[in-house]
Design a protein around this ligand. Sequence first.
Ligand SMILES: *[C@@H]1O[C@H](CO)[C@@H](O)[C@H](O)[C@H]1NC(C)=O
Ligand SMILES: *[C@@H]1O[C@H](CO)[C@@H](O)[C@H](O)[C@H]1NC(C)=O
Ligand SMILES: *[C@@H]1O[C@H](CO)[C@@H](O)[C@H](O)[C@H]1NC(C)=O
Ligand SMILES: *[C@@H]1O[C@H](CO)[C@@H](O)[C@H](O)[C@H]1NC(C)=O
Ligand SMILES: [Zn+2]
Length: 537
Amino acid sequence: MILLRRRLLLIVLPLAVLLSLLLFRQVSETTYSVRQNSEDTSIASRLTDNRKEHGFTSSSLRVVHLDLKGAPPKISYLLQLLPLLAANGCTGLLIEYEDMFPYQGSLVNISAKNAYTQQQIIELVSWAQHLGLEVIPLIQTFGHMEFVLKLPEFRHLRELDTFPQEVCPRASGTLDLLQEMIRQVMGLHSRARYLHIGCDEVYHLAVCPRCTHSGRGGREIFTEHVTQVAELVKSEYPEVTPIIWDDMLRRWDPVYLSRSSLGVLVEPMVWAYSDNITRLVPHYLWYWYSKTFPRIWVAGAFKGANLPTSVLPDVRLHYNNQKSWLRFLARSNTDTKIAGYVLTGWSRYDHFAILCELLPPSIPSLLLNLILVSTQESDNIVLDMWKRTLKCGPRSKLTVDLMSSNHRPLALDCSFPGLKAFLVTSKYMSLKSKVDHFYKVVTEQKAWMTPYNVKYNFTSPYRVLEEYRLTEGYQLIKEIKRFRNETKDTFSEFFDDHTIEEWIEQRIVPMDEKLTYLETISNKLLLKRTWPRRPFS
Ligand SMILES: *[C@@H]1O[C@H](CO)[C@@H](O)[C@H](O)[C@H]1NC(C)=O
Ligand SMILES: *[C@@H]1O[C@H](CO)[C@@H](O)[C@H](O)[C@H]1NC(C)=O
Ligand SMILES: *[C@@H]1O[C@H](CO)[C@@H](O)[C@H](O)[C@H]1NC(C)=O
Ligand SMILES: *[C@@H]1O[C@H](CO)[C@@H](O)[C@H](O)[C@H]1NC(C)=O
Ligand SMILES: [Zn+2]
């Protein structure tokens, strides 16, 4: 059986590559040529209108992802931000609440203690709808359910007890849990036309005894579960289309995929965040996706996709990610409609991770990518519109590469919601590199305060005092303490106290601790007045 399938694959795969190559024709340069002498630079006038019925057209949604599972902004900040997004071509929001949704009743413990209130969510959703944004809620229903399965009361629903990520689709209680989550979230999104049901990164699949004894493989169990959840959504909300992330389908035998029931039940959201997306989404895969699904969503990233501990987005990388997607979509000539283009902005890599890039300082990256995706104009025009929308003065230092480097401007002649947070974050990066450098010099490059010196209490007091320029250390400590207060003050416009404390603990406290350590050991080393003969032990 397996051998037979392999043989089939050997025939089918090269055929698929050939077919897809034939189907992808080069779109003439003029489609996205620069419109010259255009006085009107508003985004609305530049929205792509190539009158195609298929592919990525002006009727495809342009969606911004709000990942609220990390550093959820204050609702007041989000309300202020939405009109700016709408004015720059955004037509939808993909809202991933995770534990920030105010679950009730049997689900009450799923919510963070600082979750939004129902009233706040109603306010956010109605403001978005008023601005003409399609609101798409996201609920995890398979993998990435750490925020639920970490709790003792849901532990029995894990696929493997060691890993609180995936639910077991065959555990009794799983579907009831998912149904209740869906009901509660949909209760506050009565006008939603789409529901994203997650289903990415289901690493542990078909491995528990319940699943292995069923005699079915991973993709069969995956298909069954997604089908059940999608049918559950459709039976209660017939107007709602379920969306899933595509990554679990990528390695499937394309014939299996195209024959599965998923094509009529869900729409896939194909994510790829690198600057060469064909590595993740080769043309033959796209060919089979478009054979299977009449509509496909695509997703690039504007933050949270580079390094899980990043502080500011690598704007160049994300810009090139969008360019790679747009090139790819322009070449594709299938019947598939691109339902929407999503700009994801991850706030942590999963529920257990520390924070990565915050939203307010990432607004420049978000707007640059949004303008590019909305207008598909040339670099010069996109950059021009970017500076204008960020209200940058003529002498502004804003460039894509400067915004991608580790040394970002500490002053920026611009004005956008998030600027103050951007400046604080840039200052953090510069302070961190100062502290790290100082620490490395003192403990590694110089020979008098290394771990060996500390272990044997053996050093030259003169070197400790003079060479290490402890005055620099003392100055740095003071600067860090001032910076901690400045961060608190500035961030209070964007985040609640819990988020501010979390960021300070993850970013500022480690700097403080490094310097305090140096201060403590230098004080100890300086107490010594006589020293032992070598060898010490
Ligand atoms: C929520 O957690 C508390 C404390 O662990 C527990 O006493 C309570 O029963 C839980 N509530 C529900 C609905 O599970
Ligand atoms: C992107 O990756 C593919 C597959 O690895 C490779 O063939 C192609 O040359 C790359 N394109 C660019 C622009 O680097
Ligand atoms: C920081 O703020 C605290 C509390 O408001 C205050 O006691 C402290 O002196 C401030 N530290 C610096 C260095 O500004
Ligand atoms: C180093 O020497 C000082 C002065 O004798 C003493 O107070 C301190 O405890 C010693 N530290 C260690 C780590 O031995
Ligand atoms: Zn199982």
